[in-house]
Design a protein around this ligand. Structure first.
Ligand code: HEC
Length: 139
């Protein structure tokens, strides 16, 4: 099981030392975007784009029912899960996908609370209009 780690040793050291602001910011980068780079190994994240190398396009994920992006061959387990992606459901998912949907093929975890928050914030802000539409639809 692979786990998310910051690519920059200095940033990792700052994190371990308990700094609340990851030092990726020091380099002028959004730390959530840096962390999301790991998701991009498998996922695509762009409007109207096809799937990534190993996983579906995550664009517009908030408010969507799990396993519904056309053209991606999901596991029956994820498709049948009935999950709707919100910050709450995605937070649990990213902590440990296999615990939320046993049998899923997403073999990646983000065990660190702060890192999950940063990644979710990045995804939300990248398409803020879509996110607002999603939460309005979910109310
Ligand atoms: C090693 C490859 C890999 C990495 C890295 C990865 N994922 Fe995934 N992800 C997958 C696969 C494969 C699926 C589809 C799982 C299934 O069908 O059971 C998936 C599914 C998902 C879904 C559900 C999508 C949908 O349409 O229902 C979300 C949300 C998600 N991943 C978010 C993330 C985020 C955020 C990250 C980075 C923190 C990430 N993933 C990192 C492989 C990966």
């Amino acid at each position: 099981m692979r786990r998310l780690t910051l690519p920059l040793a200095a940033a990792a050291a700052a994190w371990l030392s308990g700094a609340t602001v990851p030092s990726a910011q020091f380099f002028g980068m959004d730390p959530g975007e840096v962390l999301f780079g790991e998701c991009r190994d498998c996922h695509n994240f762009a409007e109207g784009a096809g799937p990534g190398r190993k996983a579906p396009n995550l664009w517009g994920v908030f408010g969507r029912t799990a396993g519904t992006v056309p053209g991606w061959d999901y596991t029956p387990e994820l498709k049948g899960s009935g999950i709707v992606w919100t910050e709450t459901t995605m937070d649990k998912w990213l902590r440990n996908p296999g615990a939320v949907v046993p049998g899923t093929k997403m073999d990646f975890q983000v065990p660190n609370d702060e890192q999950r928050e940063l990644v979710l914030e990045y995804i939300r802000n990248a398409d803020l209009a879509g996110y607002v539409r999603a939460i309005q639809g979910l109310k």
